[in-house]
Design a protein around this ligand. Structure first.
Ligand code: ADP
Ligand code: MG
Length: 450
C-alpha cells in the first residue's frame, strides 16, 4: 500500500464531506508518517489539532481510510513541529473550538483484529429496562452456557436501539469467561464480501474453513442478506454445520426474519428456530436511566429537572439521544459549569423532532391507494374479497406498526367489533408465513410511512 497516496485520497474525500473552514483548520497541515500493523500514524501540527481530530473526526477518518484500505484498524495522531507553521493557525483553531460542538472522545475504535470485537461494548454501562430486558435475559443465559441455550439468538429492532452493543457485549464476555472459545463478530456485509472474495480468488474452501472454526459467530445487520442469493446459500450451510456442532450463533437485524425481503424460507425458519427477541424504543423511565448513566460516565452534573426534560423531549433511538447528550456534555465542559434547563433547551432545540402523529384516516387512505380502491369502501360493510384483504391489511398495519389498540382500530374502521380486528390481525400474521406476495404488498405500504 502506498500510504502517501492513501492519505491524499482520503483527504480529498473528507474535504468533500465537511466545510471548507473545518478542512483548512484541521486537515490542511496533516501528513502521513507511517503504517504499522494496521495503525496509521498521522502527523499533526499541535496538541489542539491532535485532540480535535481524535475527538471529532476520528470516526470519519477511520471510516474513510478503511473504505480505501481495509487492513487499517486504527489511527494515531503524532505531533510534528514544523518551522513554517502558520502563525494564525492557533487563533483559527481556538475560534473553531468555540464554534463547533464537540463530540465525546471516541476511545472506542480499538477493534480487535482477530474477532472484530470492540471492548467498549460491555454490560457495565448498559441500561436494562422493559424495552430490552428480554433480550438481556437471553444474552445472560447464552453467556452462562454458550451454544446450549437459545440457539440461534435472533435479536431485532430499529436502528440505534442497542443491538450491536448487546451482541458485541455477549462476545466480549464469552471471550473473557471462556478463553478457549473462538468468538467472531462480523457484519453481514463483511461476510458477503469475504465470500465474494473467496470465489474471485478461486479459494472458496478458505472461506468455508474460516467460518467453520468458530465456537461463537455473531452476525450483525443480517437484513442486508436481501437479494444476495449465493451468500444465503453459503450461510445456510454454515448455519447447519455450526448448529449441529452446538456452536452459538447470534444474529441481529432491523426486522423480524419473516419480514426480511427475499429471504429463503429455509433460512427464515432457521433464523427463527431458536430465540427471537425484539428490542423496542426505550420507555420514559429507561430514558431517564440512560441519560443519568451517560452524564455520570462523563462526570457531567445536571439537575433532575434537566434529566426529566430530556427524557420527555428526546424520544426514539438511543444513538440520537446520545448525540444530544454529547452536545450538552461538551458545552458544559467548555463553559466549565453545569447547564441549567433554559440553556439545555436552547442547545438541543434543533434535535427535537415533532412527534410522529399520523392520523388513522391518513394511514387508511395510503393503504386504499396502494390497493387501488376508494378509501370509503374500507369503512363500509362490503365483503368483496379484495376489499376484505385491504381492510385486514389496514388493521394489521395499524396494530403492528402504529401500536393502536384493537378497540380503537375497530371503532375508526367503520365501527367494527374489536374481535373482528383481532381476527384480521391474526389472519394476516398467519398468511404472511405462507404468502410471500402478501409480504411484498405490506412492505410496499410500509415504505410509504418511512
Ligand atoms: P443498533 O445496533 O441497534 O443500531 P447500537 O448498538 O449501535 O444500536 O447502539 C447505539 C448507541 O446507543 C451506542 O452508542 C450504544 O452504546 C448505545 N446504547 C444502546 N443501548 C444502550 C443501553 N441499553 N444502555 C446504554 N447505552 C446504550
Ligand atoms: Mg448496529
Amino acid at each position: 500500500m502506498d500510504i502517501k497516496e492513501l492519505w491524499v485520497n482520503c483527504l480529498s474525500e473528507i474535504e468533500l464531506g465537511i466545510s471548507k473552514a473545518n478542512f483548512t483548520t484541521w486537515f490542511k497541515n496533516t501528513s502521513i508518517i507511517k503504517e504499522d500493523a494496521g495503525t496509521l500514524y498521522i502527523g499533526v501540527p499541535n496538541e489542539f489539532v491532535r485532540d480535535w481530530l481524535y475527538n471529532k473526526f476520528n470516526k470519519l477518518i477511520l471510516k474513510t481510510l478503511i473504505s480505501h484500505e481495509e487492513s487499517i484498524r486504527s489511527v494515531e495522531y503524532v505531533i510534528q513541529k514544523h518551522e513554517n507553521v502558520n502563525k494564525n493557525n492557533d487563533s483559527e483553531v481556538i475560534k473553531q473550538i468555540t464554534n463547533i460542538n464537540k463530540e465525546l472522545p471516541l476511545n472506542d475504535l480499538y477493534i480487535n483484529r482477530d474477532d472484530n470485537l470492540n471492548p467498549k461494548y460491555n454490560f457495565n454501562s448498559f441500561v436494562v429496562g422493559p424495552f430490552n430486558e428480554l433480550a438481556y435475559a437471553v444474552a445472560q443465559a447464552i453467556i452462562t452456557n454458550p451454544g446450549k441455550n437459545y440457539n440461534p439468538f435472533f435479536v431485532y429492532g430499529g436502528t440505534g436501539l442497542g443491538k450491536t452493543h448487546m451482541i458485541q457485549a455477549i462476545g466480549n464476555i464469552i471471550k473473557t469467561n471462556y478463553p478457549n472459545k473462538k468468538v467472531y463478530y462480523v457484519s453481514l456485509e463483511r461476510f458477503a464480501i469475504d465470500y465474494i472474495n473467496s470465489i474471485q480468488n478461486k479459494n472458496p474452501n478458505s472461506f468455508k474453513e474460516k467460518y467453520r472454526k468458530y465456537d461463537v459467530i455473531i452476525m450483525d445487520d443480517i437484513q442486508f442478506i436481501s437479494g444476495k442469493d449465493k451468500t444465503q446459500e453459503e450461510l445456510f450451510h454454515l448455519f447447519n454445520t455450526l448448529y449441529e456442532n452446538n456452536k452459538q450463533i447470534i444474529f441481529s437485524s432491523d426486522k423480524h426474519p419473516n419480514f426480511i425481503q427475499g429471504l429463503e424460507d429455509r433460512l427464515q425458519s432457521r433464523f427463527a428456530s431458536g430465540m427471537t427477541v425484539q428490542i423496542v424504543e426505550p420507555d420514559y423511565e429507561s430514558r431517564v436511566a440512560i441519560i443519568k448513566a451517560k452524564f455520570e460516565q462523563t462526570n457531567c452534573i445536571v439537575s433532575d429537572d434537566v434529566v426529566s426534560y430530556l427524557a420527555s423531549a428526546l424520544e426514539g433511538n438511543i444513538r440520537e439521544l446520545e448525540g444530544s447528550l454529547n452536545t450538552i456534555i461538551c458545552q458544559s465542559q467548555l463553559k466549565n459549569k453545569s447547564l441549567g434547563l433554559v440553556e439545555v433547551k436552547t442547545l438541543i432545540k434543533n434535535n427535537i423532532k415533532p412527534k410522529k402523529n399520523v392520523a388513522i384516516k391518513d394511514i387508511v387512505k395510503i393503504i386504499a391507494d396502494q390497493y387501488g380502491i376508494s378509501e370509503e369502501i374500507i369503512y363500509e360493510k362490503t365483503r368483496r374479497k379484495e376489499i376484505v384483504r385491504a381492510r385486514q391489511v389496514a388493521m394489521y398495519i395499524l396494530r403492528e406498526d402504529f401500536n393502536i389498540s384493537y378497540p380503537l382500530i375497530g371503532q375508526k374502521l367503520g365501527g367494527r367489533d374489536h374481535t373482528t380486528v383481532i381476527h384480521s390481525h391474526l389472519k394476516i400474521k398467519d398468511d404472511l408465513k405462507t404468502d410471500p406476495s402478501l409480504l411484498q404488498e405490506i412492505e410496499k405500504i410500509r415504505i410509504m410511512f418511512k
